[in-house]
Design a protein around this ligand. Structure first.
Ligand SMILES: C[S@@+](CC[C@H](N)C(=O)[O-])C[C@H]1O[C@@H](n2cnc3c(N)ncnc32)[C@H](O)[C@@H]1O
Length: 245
């Protein structure tokens, strides 16, 4: 999968518009508030990856975080995020950055977030691992990296992945897919790429970078969510990984 296909989707005006609407109409999930509260405090310097139009960064601002750098590789998302932030005098610094090529200094952040499954929208495991390693490097010791993923082992997905594994065995999977677990499916505004991992794979990638997994927990086990959140996003796993002291 060419990363430009993924970027192209997130540059579309209708997609940016949906994510911009989510800043004001969805806001932080209850589960995000709980997990961020466990891992971060408002005095910390936080780096957000794949921030979209700023739903999470804006929510953090509402919780008193004043030192957040929020990044996305979609110029249109960042433009929209800056416009929304200006309206609310939100001090978040928004930057166009690709999560696989971050320019920040080692040990320069107290926490990192890659919310709403954005890490899994990076095609190819080697590239996801590269991003995770760089995130490890830019974090200070003892800091958390929080992100979410889908769960390929979830019972509701079993039939789909059983059928898909037969396609891979006969090498008749979609030609744009790189890793088993990849999805390239039609959404309302075009095709979307996402990798659906198993938990062991995510654990291996975190540990290869040097992280220790503090917890991985299903969102629905952390908190109930209002209808607006359930419509915006399906259930996912929250990961909190810590850089050892
Ligand atoms: C599912 S959206 C989530 C947006 C936002 N975090 C939210 O929850 O509303 C994923 C975001 O990750 C961004 N993204 C995907 N791959 C990226 C990469 N390699 N570098 C930076 N951003 C990326 C996309 O542009 C998109 O804005």
């Amino acid at each position: 999968m060419d990363p430009l296909n993924v970027k192209g989707y997130f540059e579309k005006a209708q997609v940016v518009c949906d994510y911009a609407r989510a800043v004001e109409e969805v806001g932080l999930w209850n589960s995000e508030k709980i997990v961020f509260g466990q891992c971060f405090s408002p005095d910390m310097r936080i780096l957000e990856l794949g921030c979209g139009a700023g739903r999470i960064a804006h929510g953090l601002c509402g919780l008193g975080f004043k030192n957040v750098t929020a990044t996305d590789f979609s110029e249109s998302m960042i433009e929209s995020a800056r416009a929304i932030a200006a309206k609310y005098e939100d001090p978040t610094v928004f930057e166009v950055q690709d999560a696989t090529a971050l320019p920040y200094d080692d040990e320069s952040f107290d926490g990192a977030i890659f919310g709403f499954n954005g890490l899994m929208q990076i095609p190819r495991r080697a590239n996801r691992r590269k991003a995770v390693k760089k995130i490890f490097d830019i974090l200070k010791k003892g800091s958390f990296f929080v992100f979410t993923t889908h769960d390929r082992e979830a019972a509701r997905n079993r039939d789909y992945w059983e059928a898909e594994s037969k396609q891979w065995l006969t090498r008749s999977q979609h030609p744009l897919l790189d890793d088993f677990g990849d999805l390239w499916y039609a959404g309302a505004h075009g095709n979307i790429f996402i990798h659906s991992p198993v938990k062991d794979e995510v654990r291996e990638d975190l540990e290869a970078a040097g992280f220790r997994v503090d917890f991985c927990r299903l969102r629905s086990k952390i908190s109930e969510e209002p209808e607006a959140v359930l419509e915006f996003s399906d259930d996912c796993i929250f990961w909190a990984a810590r850089k050892p002291d």
